[in-house]
Design a protein around this ligand. Structure first.
Ligand code: ASP
Ligand code: MG
Length: 440
């Protein structure tokens, strides 16, 4: 059994959905197809929820109507026959009625999650009607019946497996299943989600739960690239990455894959393939245990980084100092990304600005505290790059004119991270493209 996940742009237009149907019926292998909401829908639902939360019902109502119109047009492009169009219109009428009812209820966070779930519910149901019209046998698997998170908002593969197996047993003989990405139930049994971009995570969790042969993530680009295509002119797709390399890249800004989606596949050794719906024959990127080749594979940047620097002569020859500092970050549930130390100073980077002023205040008794905002981390990722001397020399010679503020080297064998002011990010990515990959 394999998993095929299609993102928002892959289902965002009727003709794209037609193509998805072709891609999933190319072979007879049993599969679970995970779909995102049509592109733009989740953003629209977030905006609707926001308007309702602010009690701006008029704006919410207008946005709901605009979205409904979009779906009506979509259905006309998707389906040919009147009976199927009527069926599809009935489905969306139900979901939009639900949104209209929510307008009348007083807002709460659980209700907001219900709003956000409508996108994936509609995309999968509409796709199912299309498959019906085409005469493709399949079954819908309701994600809300098997995808769940615990009280710490963590999905538990074991319980997902039990529930999913039970559902599949009732579908004996079927070979093609369609389900929703992103949505799940929380420990209170309410509708919840796996956070923005979470459909990849759904796919990987299902792949792990059923020990799939492969987890295919279909998007609108032919795999993970060596650099950010929005910033540099020429980038190339990476053929193979190890799970560790892919996790670093996903975490440090390669938007193509949700960072959390690596661990389930890695833990259960399920190969992940990143493929392009627009160019299905392109090789894409394979993510497996082995890195495939040595050397630098890619660079990726993460913005919105804040550096906190603590300078104190009390640190000199003292022990227990770092623990006290870490405890402050722990207290405010703020993860630390990079850390560098000298005998009298320590610099830490974080990406969550929520508790910066509290953290600063609590660190002040330890020494002089400086907060530096608007920084970026650039991660240079590749198998064993830390042991590859040429990497380091070409890295630093490419960075000659850049005011690098922190360097993290050697913590992992396949990542070197540098921190610099955000205004130098574009220039740095361009220079590294040339210096490390020989690309303009
Ligand atoms: N529809 C959700 C989002 O836009 C989940 C996903 O597409 O992965 O975030
Ligand atoms: Mg995505």
């Amino acid at each position: 059994m394999k998993i095929m996940k299609f993102g928002g742009t892959s289902v965002g237009k009727p003709e794209r959905m037609h193509q998805v149907a072709q891609l999933i019926t190319r072979d007879r292998e049993e599969k679970i197809v995970v779909l995102s909401a049509l592109s733009g829908t989740t953003n629209a639902l977030v905006a609707i929820g926001y308007a309702i939360a602010k009690n701006d019902k008029e704006s919410a109502k207008q946005q709901i109507e605009k979205l409904e119109l979009h779906y009506k047009e979509f259905i006309n492009g998707l389906l040919k026959e009147e009976t199927y169009r009527a069926k599809a219109n009935g489905i969306i009428a139900e979901h939009f009625e639900f949104l209209q009812i929510i307008l009348k209820i007083s807002f709460n966070e659980a209700l907001n999650k219900d709003i956000l779930a409508q996108g994936e519910l509609m995309s999968t149901k509409l796709f199912s009607v299309y498959l019906e019209e085409k005469g493709v046998e399949h079954a819908l698997l309701p994600a809300l019946e098997f995808m769940s998170i615990d009280q710490n908002e963590e999905p538990q593969i074991a319980s997902i497996r039990v529930k999913l197996r039970q559902i599949l047993q009732h579908q004996a003989g079927k070979k093609l299943f369609i389900t929703q990405g992103y949505i799940c139930r929380n420990a209170r049994g309410e509708v919840d989600n796996l956070k923005r971009g979470g459909s990849d995570y759904t796919a990987s969790l299902i792949a792990a739960a059923i020990q799939a042969s492969v987890c295919e993530i279909w998007t609108d680009i032919d795999g993970m690239h060596n650099n950010d295509p929005r910033v540099v002119k020429k980038t190339v797709a990476i053929e193979q990455l190890s799970f560790d390399e892919a996790a670093e890249l996903a975490y440090f800004g390669a938007k193509i894959l949700h960072p959390a989606s690596i661990w389930p596949a890695q833990q259960f050794k399920i190969p992940v393939r990143l493929l392009n719906t627009m160019e299905p024959e392109a090789k894409g990127t394979l993510i497996v245990e082995e890195a495939g080749s040595k050397g630098v594979k890619a660079v990726a940047a993460k913005d919105g980084i804040i550096v906190i620097r603590i300078k104190s002569s009390r640190m000199l020859l003292a022990y227990g100092f770092l623990r006290k500092i870490f405890e402050v970050f722990e207290k405010y549930k703020t993860p630390i990304d990079m850390i560098t130390t000298s005998e009298v100073a320590v610099s830490l980077s974080i990406d969550n600005p929520a508790a910066v002023s509290d953290i600063k205040r609590e660190l002040e008794p330890f020494g002089e505290v400086e907060v530096i905002r608007d920084q970026s981390i650039i991660a240079i990722v590749g198998n064993q790059i830390v042991q590859t001397r040429e990497v380091l020399s070409s890295l630093f010679s490419s960075l000659e004119s850049i005011p690098v503020r922190m360097v993290s080297y050697g913590a992992s064998a396949h990542n070197i991270s540098i921190l610099l002011p955000n205004e130098y990010k574009t220039q740095t990515l361009q220079m590294l493209n040339k210096g490390l990959f020989g690309l303009e």
